[in-house]
Design a protein around this ligand. Structure first.
Ligand code: LUB
Length: 224
């Protein structure tokens, strides 16, 4: 699927890189700014993060930041876009491993839980999405990418006979996205996402028997 089509699915757009980046050094600087900004946004939120604090932490000038990002709002939007740009490769890699559609869903979301635990860019994006009302630039629409992808995977699972007949793929997708969002939000609030993988395992063990074809849930809750 073309990059632009895939990027559109995730509610984002190919990160606007401003004037064409002439050299690898410029790309490295942009990546470094995004990483440092993500750490600041994740820890302190949008309002309490300043471009000065990002510049200081990145050991560059504010002018160097403005060369890549026109404002703090644009920087925040780029962090969120970079978050969503992470998923297509993980999805493609997991789907290429040849599991059943249901096993692919389970494995994929296990990996996503680990990314939420470990990646400051994703953690920052989740916080910025919660603060989107005070960020005066458009951000990618949250949840739509995962809802569309999971609907597709649950439709494939239905075709494979992997679902209970009463389950509707688009409903399952909304329920699972809501469950995952809640798990990562609560884990963040209480434990800085340290226990997100374990909490997600509990949700899987609870939800899967009501989703999977009879007798198939147990094998799925431990698949890797
Ligand atoms: C996911 C969050 C947190 C959806 O896709 C998103 O926007 C998400 C942050 O906005 O959970 C569930 C995978």
């Amino acid at each position: 699927m073309g990059d632009r089509i895939e990027a559109a699915r995730w509610g984002g757009k190919l990160a606007q890189e401003g004037p064409p980046l002439q050299q690898e050094r410029a790309r490295q600087t942009r990546r470094s700014i995004l990483r440092v900004a993500a750490e600041e946004f994740a820890a302190n939120g949008f309002r309490s993060t300043s471009l000065m604090s990002v510049a200081r932490r990145a050991q560059i000038t504010k002018g160097a930041i403005y060369h890549h990002f026109s404002s703090k709002e644009n920087l925040a939007a780029s962090v969120v876009e970079e978050h969503y740009a992470l998923w297509p490769a993980l999805v493609e890699e997991t789907r290429a491993e040849g599991r059943s559609a249901m096993a692919t869903v389970v494995t994929l979301l296990d990996r996503v839980a680990e990314v939420f635990r470990d990646d400051p860019l994703v953690q920052a994006s989740a916080r910025l999405q919660l603060e989107r009302s005070v960020i005066e630039v458009p951000l990618p629409t949250p949840f739509v990418g995962w809802t569309a992808l999971l609907t597709e995977l649950f439709e494939a699972a239905r075709a494979e006979g992997g679902l209970r007949p009463e389950c509707r793929p688009e409903v399952l997708a909304r329920v699972v996205v809501a469950a995952f969002f809640g798990v990562q939000h609560i884990s963040d609030a209480l434990h800085q996402r340290a226990d997100i993988v374990e909490r997600w395992q509990e949700v899987k063990e609870t939800l899967l028997p009501g989703i999977c074809a009879p007798g198939t849930a147990a094998a799925l809750t431990t698949c890797r």
